[in-house]
Design a binder for this molecule. Structure first.
Ligand SMILES: Nc1ncnc2c1ncn2[C@@H]1O[C@H](COP(=O)(O)OP(=O)(O)OP(=O)(O)O)[C@@H](O)[C@H]1O
Ligand SMILES: [Mg+2]
Length: 489
């Protein structure tokens, strides 16, 4: 036995996409040694220590030969620790400790602990989908990752310890039978609109935004319910469809953010990053790369509270995903693409001291501070908000009034309007068209502004169960589009 070779199939993640990777182990006679080749990053190189220690802990034999592990194709950069298990299995197969052909029908993924236990890694859903597509009916993965792998339709083989995987591949025991959980887990309760008193105009705007998938900017003095309202948008959105749920789950899986007891994300995500968030935290990047907040909010809501406090580069970075619905991150040797189709709700005060917009208090901001504050929000960015709403301080009577309308009836109206919008595009009455032309000249409206105002008017018509957009629908849409809400001095 001069030279032996064994191979395990796995996949590497590039963003949300996967590439097939063959993990080949060569054993040669010669001075004992262990090398991993094939553009492995640091975490991947460290697999050497984990695999060696894991094999010893499983009371298996470490082959005292020259071991070379090749991760092919060599041109693809391999990141992370998910290759530990396939590397260990290839070495064990090459040294005859498990039957070599047993690996042909199995994909493998997972990080080894020094004591041989298998740890879950991110992205198992996408990796399992890729394995199934590659014709592999089973995937060896950490027990905690099994529910997630099963979502792909592949049969997971839950592995707690490397010794389990070996016994299974030797045919010494069957895999733990995979029992899918019964029914959907109980959803965590959502915040309800009933908590919000008054603010009728803002409530109406939220309903329009929910029905049409628009972006909303809430502006006003502190403590008027801006944050409250923004966080309640998911409660009036229709639930995720099953394909959408898988899409969102794939993103959370790659981010390593899936809870073990809830392998499928079934509620629309609500993300509210702090204003100190970096560009990479917002749009994604870093090693991996990892999805950013815009992708974690995919099919859900991104709330940017204290909008004016965000760093300018972070805000500008939002422009592209807002327009395209995805983020493309340049990488060495390629690019990673993450979906980012989210609804943006931003909230801000009207000036740095916060008093502006409240008739009872005097604003103490200097003109310089005020203009610096406004400069930060570029026109290009403000243009992307379909609706801008000022939220004044609620009157005492409003705050003492009984609770407002709850989320449930609003959600039903939203769902009906969405159906109407899906079926057919609304026709436009002549009056509405004339009004739109006048608005383009007078307001003025940019090309995008015009298109957005049209969409909002169509949403308003759908909410009114009308087949044609009338002038009153457009007038309401235009009333929500004026940057004057942001306070011309
Ligand atoms: N319209 C309202 N109805 C009921 N409660 C309200 C309302 N407005 C404010 N509150 C109360 O005030 C608290 C603060 O509201 P919220 O955080 O939404 O204010 P905000 O407008 O975001 O203020 P800031 O500009 O300081 O962020 C809420 O938790 C709630 O208890
Ligand atoms: Mg707030």
């Amino acid at each position: 036995m001069e030279r032996v070779l064994a191979r395990t199939i796995t996949h590497a993640l590039v963003g949300l996409e996967t590439r097939r990777v063959e993990v080949e182990a060569h054993l040669e006679n010669g001075l004992p040694g262990f090398a991993i080749v094939g553009l492995a990053d640091r975490a991947c190189q460290e697999a050497k220590h984990r695999v060696r220690s894991g094999i010893a802990s499983a009371e298996l034999e470490w082959p005292l030969r020259r071991i070379t592990v090749n991760l092919a194709p060599a041109a693809l950069r391999k990141e992370g620790s998910a290759f530990d298990l396939p590397i260990a299995l290839s070495i064990l197969a090459a040294s005859g400790q498990i039957p070599r052909d047993s690996l042909a029908k199995h994909a493998a993924v997972g990080e080894l602990a020094l004591d041989g236990r298998l740890r879950p890694v991110g992205g198992v859903l996408a990796l399992a989908e890729a394995a199934l597509e590659a014709g592999l009916p089973r995937i060896l993965c950490a027990a905690r990752s099994s529910p997630e792998a099963a979502l792909a339709g592949i049969e997971p083989v839950p592995v707690r310890h490397l010794a389990d995987a070996v016994a299974y591949l030797r045919g010494e025991h069957d895999p733990e039978p995979w029992v899918p959980a019964n029914g959907r887990p109980v959803e965590p309760p959502m915040l309800d609109l009933a908590d919000l008193r008054g603010q009728e105009r803002a409530r109406r705007a939220l309903e329009i935004v929910a029905a049409g998938g628009h972006n909303l900017l809430l502006a006003g003095p502190p403590g008027t319910g801006k944050t409250m309202l923004a966080r309640r948008l998911p409660s009036i959105l229709p639930p995720l469809s099953p394909p959408e749920a898988i899409e969102v789950t794939r993103i959370y899986s790659v981010a390593g953010m899936l809870a073990a007891d809830r392998p499928l994300v079934t509620t629309r995500p609500l993300r509210s990053p702090h204003y100190s968030a970096s560009v990479a935290a917002l749009v994604g990047g870093g090693p991996g790369p990892k999805p950013g907040e815009v992708s974690l909010a995919h099919r859900g809501v991104l709330v940017l509270d204290e909008f004016a406090e965000f760093q300018r580069p972070a805000l500008e970075a939002l422009r592209q995903p807002l327009e395209d619905g995805f983020v493309s991150i340049a990488r060495v040797g390629g690019r990673a693409v993450f979906p980012a189709r989210f609804q943006l709700v931003a909230a801000m005060n009207l000036c740095p001291c916060g008093a502006r917009g409240d008739p009872a208090v005097d604003c103490k901001c200097s003109p310089q501070r005020l203009s610096a504050f406004r400069d930060k929000l570029s026109r290009a960015l403000l243009d992307r908000f379909d609706l801008v709403v000022a939220m004044p301080r609620p009157r005492a009577a409003e705050l003492a009034a009984p609770p407002g309308e709850a989320s449930d009836p609003v959600r039903h109206r939203v769902a009906t309007a969405r159906k109407r919008l899906d079926v057919a595009r609304a026709a436009w009455t002549k009056e509405a068209t004339t009004l739109l032309d006048r608005a383009v000249e007078r307001l003025p409206l940019s090309g995008r502004g015009r298109a957005r105002a049209r969409c909002v008017a169509e949403t308003i018509a759908a909410l009114a169960s009308e087949n044609a957009v009338a002038a009153e629908h457009l007038a309401e849409a235009l009333a929500y589009r004026s940057p004057t809400e942001l306070g011309a001095p």
